[in-house]
Design a binder for this molecule. Structure first.
Ligand SMILES: Cc1cc2nc3c(=O)[nH]c(=O)nc-3n(C[C@H](O)[C@H](O)[C@H](O)COP(=O)(O)OP(=O)(O)OC[C@H]3O[C@@H](n4cnc5c(N)ncnc54)[C@H](O)[C@@H]3O)c2cc1C
Length: 417
């Protein structure tokens, strides 16, 4: 029998939606489809063995032991079974045949589709553009993307152990805070002068650096790592031009790479991610892409963007379902994300540019403040730090022309600005 003759559920007569990826975007897509009254077959192909879960706690509450694995699931395992979603855990989609409208799986028959949603997310970056970092695969060197990764790192969080974190982005700094809180001796290394430099600029980066230093994190900023080696006497050593740094374990936290390969092989248009329109449809109108993998056209900002954040994965999962259900909704919201490190909690909304003017409202030294970013007098982004229940209001200020003096004057009630 030919492969296409064996394809299911086409053989049973009805094609439905197949979602590839078992992350947050995929989970919200299938949930919104069923909640929206979709009655056709839904198949969710997930290469991990876990019921879809949220990743933000992997560097925070779960790593600190303050949340259990089951608490990370947006929808319990029973929900998939009860709503007739064919959840295939531990199964990897190997290729997409756009002509036959079928997805090939390792070890079982291909699955036919009417609509296909690609939600394959990202994987941890292991090195630069052309080569992995020397020593990335040594025992004791970790990356953090999955629940399994987080469990392995958690086992290492023993007071007095030495952790070197390579990279000072969100995941690096969050793990630094979690590990330090557990009494681990933490060193963070980055070639940048402050952490989070690319994501947030120098003002907030310097504030985060001070917070970590005050909590005992060793910060080796302006330092490039050349590789990781294993020394019979010292254990692991992280090599830098200014000397080796010994470690009991190392976290490589130098960013993420979108899992684009399936889409590229299928001949879809791919840029930094799978290129999709404001309805999340790719260059093949039967195929959508969502979450970290999607380079989607944002109607409010008037350009395509790829966003690696929790809120975006949820919303794009819901939007893909709306598109499949024939609803007239589009990708029109501004990027949003949050972090928690030591006693700092913050939320960001908007689309700051590297050259935007920075306006601080409140006292950064006191740890409670709002940062606004402005381009030619217009607010492009805002971030509330340790001030709560204001982010929706900050969102409403984006795109408005508000004088700097008004933004800075804490005598004005923020909620009336
Ligand atoms: C440690 C960590 C902390 C984070 N903290 C925050 C935070 O504080 N705030 C915030 O806004 N965002 C945070 N994020 C980012 C957020 O978790 C992601 O944006 C979100 O998970 C993206 O969801 P997704 O469904 O697009 O992709 P993913 O969650 O990456 O899921 C993709 C899934 O697809 C599977 N897959 C890939 N290829 C295939 C295939 N061929 N077949 C089958 N399955 C496949 C993968 O194994 C994976 O399970 C964090 C991420 C990490 C890793």
């Amino acid at each position: 029998m030919s492969e296409s003759a064996m394809t299911e559920p086409a053989a049973q007569g009805e094609l439905g939606t197949v979602v590839i990826g078992g992350g947050l975007a995929a989970a919200h897509c299938v949930h919104s489809l069923r909640e929206g009254g979709y009655t056709k077959p839904i198949t969710l192909i997930a290469s991990e063995n876990e019921v879809p879960y949220e990743r933000p706690p992997l560097s925070k509450e779960f790593l600190q032991g303050n949340k259990q694995a089951q608490e990370l699931e947006p929808f319990a395992a029973d929900w998939y079974a009860d709503t007739d979603v064919d959840l295939r855990l531990g199964v990897t989609a190997e290729s997409i045949d756009t002509a036959a409208k079928a997805v090939s799986l390792g070890g079982s028959a291909p699955v036919g589709y009417e609509n296909l949603v690609i939600a394959t997310g990202c994987r941890s970056r292991l090195g630069g553009r052309n080569a992995n970092m020397a020593g990335w695969d040594l025992p004791g060197v970790y990356t953090l993307r999955s629940l399994e990764d987080s469990k392995k790192i958690k086992e290492q969080l023993v007071s007095g152990k030495r952790l070197v974190i390579i990279g000072a982005g969100w995941i690096g700094m969050e793990v630094a805070a979690s590990a330090r809180t557990a009494g681990v001796e933490v060193t963070v290394i980055t070639p940048d002068q402050v952490p989070l430099a690319t994501a947030m600029g120098t003002e907030f980066g310097a504030h985060v650096a001070q917070l970590h230093i005050a909590n005992g994190v060793q910060c080796r900023f302006g330092t490039a790592v050349s590789g990781i080696a294993s020394d019979p006497e010292k254990g692991l050593v992280v090599q830098t031009p200014t000397g080796d740094i010994p470690a009991d374990f190392v976290l490589l936290a130098i960013g993420a790479v979108p899992n684009n390969e399936l889409a590229v092989a299928a001949g879809l248009e791919v840029g930094t991610g799978v290129v999709v329109d404001e309805y999340l449809r790719s260059s093949d109108s039967n195929i959508l892409a969502i979450g970290d993998i999607a380079e989607a056209y944002n109607t409010t900002l008037g350009r395509a963007m790829r966003v690696e954040h929790w809120d975006n994965a949820i919303r794009q999962g819901k939007l893909a379902a709306a598109t499949i259900l024939g609803r007239d909704e589009s990708y029109d919201w501004l990027p949003y994300f949050f972090t928690d490190q030591f006693d700092l909690g913050m939320e960001y909304v908007g689309d700051r540019g590297a050259d935007d003017d920075v306006v601080v409202r409140g006292d950064m030294a006191a740890g409670e403040f709002v940062i606004f970013w402005l381009r030619q007098g217009v607010v492009t982004a805002a971030m509330n730090v340790n001030i709560w229940d204001v982010n929706d209001h900050l969102r409403s200020m984006i795109g408005k022309n508000i004088p700097v003096s008004t933004l800075q004057d804490t005598g004005n009630d923020l909620m009336t600005l």
